[in-house]
Write a protein of this length. Structure first.
Length: 298
């Protein structure tokens, strides 16, 4: 997991990258985000609390002694993430993020210009993507032991939804769940990284990618992250009609508001999904509760 961290921080300028690269591997493996704001401390998101980088390259628990990020460092990070061609990456930039090699994501904030593009970038959030081989163990043993099913993974940001879907895609495709399946992943934000045993449609809008998969790739399993729109749900419905199982994720703050979420209710109304898997926000990658169809509210 430290290797993923070192790959992600490759977009940072040398003055930030070197002290982060020198951190202990155990700490690197805990860091999920690196946040840069012009004129503010560099923040490392790590359980159980945020950490800060000091001027001498040490990690400190308080921002008082923290290193301050400069406007030039934010600009250089942004340009490197764009491969020094902002125009070429403009469609992604307009959505507020850039997907980097390895599936890492750089969130962007700043000042809007007259043309609707960023006139000035003022903060960046580097989110580290990690492949955790055992992340899908519970799903494989409890849900897929007797064949294919169609789960919905629900939880807030940073709880491991994409990580679990990535691991599940690999397990289904390599036979670890009892049989080798034809797996197609619609990766609209290019966050899944390399999945050599799967068919991956990277960079395509979700609904379009799902329909392209059905038309030409004959999937037994469709996987797609962060379903939110009615047209995406309809595309999944088409997948069910073609005989494919589907595994998807949605945002949800917690169990109390889980079934009130409109995207989740749209998915439930298809009548095809078999389980809702609620992830534990306090422990990324850990499953909090699994609801069967019979436990869903009417």
């Amino acid at each position: 997991m430290a290797q993923a961290f070192r790959q992600a921080i490759g977009v940072l300028p040398q003055g930030l990258r070197e002290p982060l690269d020198a951190l202990p591997h155990t700490l690197q493996a805990r860091i999920t985000e690196v946040r840069l704001r012009v004129g503010a401390p560099l923040v490392l998101t790590a359980e159980p609390m945020p950490l800060f980088l000091s001027a001498n390259g040490q990690v400190v628990p308080q921002c008082i002694a923290a290193r301050i990020v400069t406007a030039n460092e934010v600009e250089q990070t942004f340009l490197c993430a764009c491969d020094y061609s902002v125009f070429r990456r403009q469609p992604e930039v307009r959505q507020g993020f850039l997907t980097l090699e390895g599936g890492h994501r750089l969130g962007i904030a700043g000042v809007r210009g007259v043309e609707g593009d960023f006139e000035r970038v003022t903060s960046l959030n580097l989110r580290i993507a990690r492949t955790i081989a055992h992340a899908a163990d519970v799903l494989c043993s409890r849900l897929f032991a007797d064949g294919l099913c169609s789960p919905i993974l629900a939880g807030p940001p940073l709880c491991g939804k994409t990580t679990i879907l990535r691991a599940l895609a690999t397990r289904l495709a390599d036979g670890s769940c009892g049989q080798v399946y034809r797996v197609c992943v619609v990766d609209s934000r290019r966050e899944f990284g390399s999945l050599p045993q799967c068919d991956v449609l990277a960079g395509f809008p979700k609904a379009q990618g799902l329909r392209m998969a059905l038309q030409s790739l004959s999937p037994q399993v469709l996987l797609c992250d962060e379903i939110a729109q009615a047209q995406q749900v309809q595309a999944l419905q088409d997948g069910f009609a073609a005989g494919a199982a589907c595994a998807v994720s949605v945002h949800a703050a917690g169990e109390d508001a889980l079934f009130a979420r409109i995207p989740l209710r749209r998915l439930m109304e298809t009548g095809q999904f078999t389980h809702v898997v609620l992830l534990d926000p306090a422990a990324p990658g850990r499953i909090g509760r699994i609801f069967t169809r019979q436990e869903w509210p009417g």
